[in-house]
Design a protein around this ligand. Sequence first.
Ligand code: ADP
Ligand code: MG
Length: 253
Amino acid sequence: GPRGEVVLEVQGLQKSFGGLMAVAGVSFDLKRGEILALIGPNGAGKSTTFNLVAGALLPDRGQVRLFGKDITGLPPYRIHSLGLGRTFQHPHLFLELTVLENAALGTYSRTRAGFLQALLGLSRREEERALATAYRALKRVGLESLALEKAERLSVGQQRLLEIARLLASGAEVLLLDEPAAGLRAQEKRELASLLRSLAREGYTVLIVDHDMDLIMGLADRVVVMNYGEKIAEGTPKEVQRNPLVRAAYLGE
Ligand code: ADP
Ligand code: MG
């Protein structure tokens, strides 16, 4: 679809755990090709928001629309098959499988076969197609030379790249990345930022939760700041950095 089209709309999202309002009516949207960062202090409700959008949690109130379609309350695999995929703060990989096989598992989210059949074995033709797609995705993130290594051989940074490759292989166009820079060295962070920027230029849309301010400030087009479950600010990185509310809540000033 065309750049500038709204691909993800989050409207009045609310979620309590017992008496605690973890997300208190949060709204934002993302246009195709945008990188939006969700930041805020620990406990602000970032991960909960993320889980509500990806379908891992059911909202008490509010709505999530993906490409104009109401996806509120759909299970994660349905949301994924509609084009929204996520990575996890701690990579979910099969360490005994090769890098290529891990990336190939992403392709099964968009076939009828499903994950179980993927493990049980597909036809040779389906398998070849999946591996070719997976290899292209590995090339995209620069891991193709490690395709035949076991995933356990990868550094933390490479494992995060592999999770992104698996998302790309899955056909997801809206990427939710949970602290993708955690545990990365400075050089790996720069490489990650440059990969995400080039994906965004190609029309991928990125929602990133991270508290690495340097990374976010150099990467995000827009920033949503949360505190105590509420959105307290939204704007360009420069705008939110100057915002007194943000400085008080997030930077402890
Ligand atoms: P953040 O990701 O911004 O650090 P979270 O979304 O993880 O914040 O958490 C927001 C609030 O909700 C915190 O007070 C946290 O303790 C609470 N919380 C998160 N998940 C659960 C849960 N499954 N059960 C109970 N409380 C939770
Ligand atoms: Mg969190």
